[in-house]
Design a protein around this ligand. Structure first.
Ligand code: SF4
Length: 180
């Protein structure tokens, strides 16, 4: 379609994609969904989250692209910061890793804009994500937490019967959650 406002949306998981997609569509964007999450601790969990995203994509009739799963590469990117608390330096490196992948994919596909669902989570600092995103051409600062995005993602995921994981993604977040 001509004059289509295409945007590559880096998606962390199906639940977070729900309200982000709703917001982008209402702002006249056409999102192409990019599942790129080598931060996830196991391939099994990676595939499980991907399957949930496929349900959301089908409901919205949107294209999904799946990145390769390369956890060793992600581990080397955060090396030395494994013990950091959630929300600290490890997460900043993790955001950068995934945003770089999204930037490269957008470039490869000739899509001039990209953004991420990571800002939906109330556990993630949107300003920190924006300060990393601005290093990459075409990054759109969209705060999906705004307009009640986080609550909306919960409502929509329940409605769709989506699996909602109880840890962020990496083994370190899983370990921390198991201690709570
Ligand atoms: S807690 Fe989440 S954001 Fe932080 S490093 Fe782990 S997977 Fe990445």
């Amino acid at each position: 379609m001509q004059n289509e406002k295409k945007i590559l949306l880096h998606v962390c998981c199906g639940p977070c994609s729900t309200s982000s997609i709703e917001r982008l569509l209402s702002d006249s964007w056409t999102p192409v969904l990019y599942f790129s999450n080598s931060n996830i601790d196991t391939k099994e969990e990676f595939e499980k989250r991907y399957k949930e995203l496929l349900k959301v994509a089908a409901l919205n009739n949107l294209e999904v692209i799946k990145d390769d799963y390369d956890h060793p590469s992600w581990l080397s990117a955060i090396k030395g910061y494994e013990k950091e608390r959630e929300g600290g330096s490890r997460c900043l490196l993790c955001f950068e890793y995934n945003l770089r992948r999204a930037y490269m994919k957008a470039k490869e596909l000739g899509i001039s804009h990209f953004t991420t669902t990571l800002t939906v989570s109330r556990f993630k600092n949107s300003k920190a994500i924006f300060s990393i995103g601005e290093k990459f051409d075409g990054f759109e600062e969209i705060d999906f937490k705004k307009k009640d995005g986080f609550n909306r993602s919960i409502i929509l995921s329940r409605k769709m019967g989506l699996y909602r994981q109880n840890y962020c993604g990496c083994e370190f977040s899983k370990e921390a959650r198991s201690k709570v």
